[in-house]
Write a protein that binds this ligand. Sequence first.
Ligand code: SAH
Length: 328
Amino acid sequence: MRRLDHFMAAANAQYYATRDPFFDFTTAPEITQAFGEVLGAWAAVAWGTIGRPDPVILAEAGPGRGTLMADAMRVLGRVAPDFGRAARLHLVESSPRLRTIQATALPGAAWHDAAEELPDGPMILLANEFLDALPIRQFRRDGDGWTERHVIDAGFVDIVAAPPSRHAEDGEMVEVCEPAHGLMRALGDRFRHHPGVALFLDYGPAESAPGDSLQALRDGAPVEPWVSPGTADLTAHVDFSALAATARKAGCEVQGPVPQGIFLAGIGLFQRTGQLAQTQPPAGASRLIEAARRLAEPDRMGRLFKAMAVCHAGCPALPGLESSGAAS
Ligand code: SAH
């Protein structure tokens, strides 16, 4: 019997080390090159906002195939060569298999096992669909007491537990992602000494909501999380408001969360898509436009996915994140 977060950490480590995750799910950078390109331009503006430090750490957590950063770097070379020259590329990746793929896409990068291990200094960090892969604990309120979910060979079992630091009504489940909160506290420590911005794009409601959001995907289809651990991708909704509260308590400023569709439209996804489409024959142009819509339309990835920046105290407003408090 294992606590859910211990089970999820081991299962995902094995999954990312041995399988091609992009067979089971598709992420925004794999859908259109315009995603990484506008994020590259966003990072260049963010660099200006934090005072153009040189050198600056340009980091990505959970880079997958390295597609986002490769698209971003290509744009930087053209539109913000000063930033391109100042940027030192650092990747946070636990999977040796994905590191090999990233090394081909991003020669010259340095790798780290955890974001807490990134070197000191001013930093711009990007993380797309990273937090959702981090292990969660699940607690259920049961009258005056609480239980915590554990995994056994053929299912879940709920064991009496100490209460989490969260409120719930009787019978409700709450989820806590301890490593994500640890990362917010680590950002607080770092941003006390150096300016910086960390942009998280992921899926989850804008306001904390009770319920079981653990999901397992194998070959693109939902499966029971406990069956054949390491062969399915395990994810959970990101609790943006809980993470924002921890980041603020750690001394950070938080901008957003903003629905991904609003964020991407605000930072030029459709303009960039229009430019790219002009260079393509009609079928390629339609594919690019359809891909941008998939990322931005509210009933697709535009509303459930959010963008949230965690930055040093006093950081001026960053592009695309001005409209906050949007509905989940
Ligand atoms: N950002 C990419 C990939 C998302 S999949 C994209 O958008 O396509 C999640 C990524 O996070 C993978 O690269 C995975 O190996 C990495 N990852 C998952 N858990 C991790 C952990 N605990 N520490 C470091 N990297 C992790």
